[in-house]
Design a protein around this ligand. Structure first.
Ligand code: IPD
Ligand code: CA
Ligand code: CA
Length: 261
């Protein structure tokens, strides 16, 4: 596993360096669909190519699923899941929080997760059964036992203005019950911040596997809990996620149940 982890770290850092190099330069933005919220920059594409070319070269028999479409599927037992820039809207606006997210699945289970935030030079790594670290130091989730003392996070999907499941009802309910709710625009970072105890919880709808695969193993290895809104085990290909330190899980599920979304 170590070889896979090292490879993911190496290429995540390279992609991060490219992002920093282009951060304050003019970017070419294109729209992924009719909805003008869903954008991609040429830096997302360049980083994805960099990462995929590297992984293809190093592990030619492995499959790849990558947000901007460079993947392929040969039904290998090994699948890399890549978000070249998580937080593209932040990146495009020059807001300095974004990450490179690289996860590796073996037979459908996430076994390695690497999330790198180049602007803060923070590297989160999780290995199934091997713990979670931030810049090589072991991390653990927080010990907050109740929602009223918790700082949690969420996000809103690009289809926010197209569906009744727009997360606004959940947001309203949580904000009245928690110490604070944050919306930073980088799902992988939100999850890693649970792993290192900065956030106590997180929920979101309509995330994609590349947003959460890598960070999911980091949270679990740091002692956190992940599930669907009804408490079933998390399916990273599913439509929703709730994550936390394990101590506020039931309270979060109750709030999610009480909303109309
Ligand atoms: C987005 C971010 C954001 C979340 C969105 C995602 P992208 O990913 O993770 O936090 O709220 O739902 O799509 O598009 O920046 O890779
Ligand atoms: Ca993403
Ligand atoms: Ca992305």
């Amino acid at each position: 596993m170590r070889d896979y982890t090292q490879a993911a770290i190496e290429i995540a850092k390279e992609a991060g360096a490219l992002q920093m190099d282009r951060l304050h330069k003019q970017k070419t933005i294109s729209y992924k669909d009719q909805n003008k919220f869903n954008i991609v920059t040429e830096v997302d594409k360049a980083c994805e190519k960099l990462i995929c070319d590297y992984l293809k070269d190093k592990f030619p028999s492995h499959d790849i699923l990558a947000e901007e479409g460079s993947g392929f599927d040969t039904k290998s037992d090994w699948l890399w899941i890549i978000d070249p820039i998580d937080g593209t809207v932040n990146y495009a606006h020059g807001y300095p929080l974004f990450s490179v997210s690289i996860g590796l699945l073996h037979k459908g289970k996430v076994v390695v997760g690497v999330v790198y935030e180049p602007n803060l030079d923070e590297l989160f790594v999780g290995e199934r059964g091997g713990g979670a670290v931030l810049n090589d130091k072991p991390i653990r989730v927080s010990k907050n036992k109740a929602l009223d003392g918790s700082m949690i996070a969420t996000g809103f999907a690009y289809n926010v203005n197209e569906t009744r499941l727009n997360n606004i009802d959940h947001f309203n309910n949580f904000i009245l019950k928690c110490h604070a709710v944050r919306r930073d625009g980088v799902a992988s970072t939100d999850l890693c911040y649970i792993a290192c105890g900065r956030f106590d919880g997180f929920w979101e709808l309509f995330l994609k596997p590349w947003d959460i695969a890598a960070a999911s193993v980091i949270v679990e290895e740091a002692g956190g809990k992940l599930s669907m809104f009804d408490g079933r085990p998390l399916d990273i290909f599913g439509n929703e996620i709730v994550a936390n330190n394990g101590l506020i899980h039931e309270e979060m599920l109750q709030i999610l149940k009480s909303s109309d979304d």
